[in-house]
Ligand binder design. Structure first.
Ligand code: SF4
Ligand code: SF4
Length: 106
């Protein structure tokens, strides 16, 4: 189980959730943030911090966004030569400047 960021984050990205995450597993794309399902410890701190109510536990999330959040880490994103996988922390990477094809096409 992991938490999932949905459509309401697109083009908002105020980053309130990132500041609350104890394991730094919320990664920044170009127009949206993504929670790494392999690193999330399901604490729920980000859910209450989001002013857009964009974050939900995965069993309640839009299935398309649940899959898309995972894809951000398991698929090779445009312009990159390997999948992100589990880098172990978003802060050292900073903004990645790329989104999944699903988010880019919205
Ligand atoms: S549920 Fe907790 S560990 Fe998971 S992304 Fe949110 S703040 Fe981070
Ligand atoms: S707090 Fe919500 S809207 Fe803001 S960046 Fe995080 S998920 Fe997106």
């Amino acid at each position: 189980m992991a938490y999932v960021i949905g459509a309401s984050c697109v083009d908002i990205m105020d980053r309130s959730c990132m500041e609350e995450c104890p394991v730094d597993c919320i990664y920044e794309g170009e127009r949206k943030l993504y929670i790494n399902p392999m690193e999330c410890i399901d604490c729920g701190a980000c859910e209450v911090a989001c002013p857009e109510q964009a974050i939900t536990v995965d069993r309640k999330a839009d299935p398309d966004f649940r899959e898309d959040n995972r894809n951000f880490f398991t698929e090779i994103l445009p312009g990159r030569d390997s999948a992100l996988g589990s880098p172990g922390g978003a802060t050292p990477l900073g903004p990645l400047g790329v989104d999944t094809p699903m988010v880019s096409s919205r």
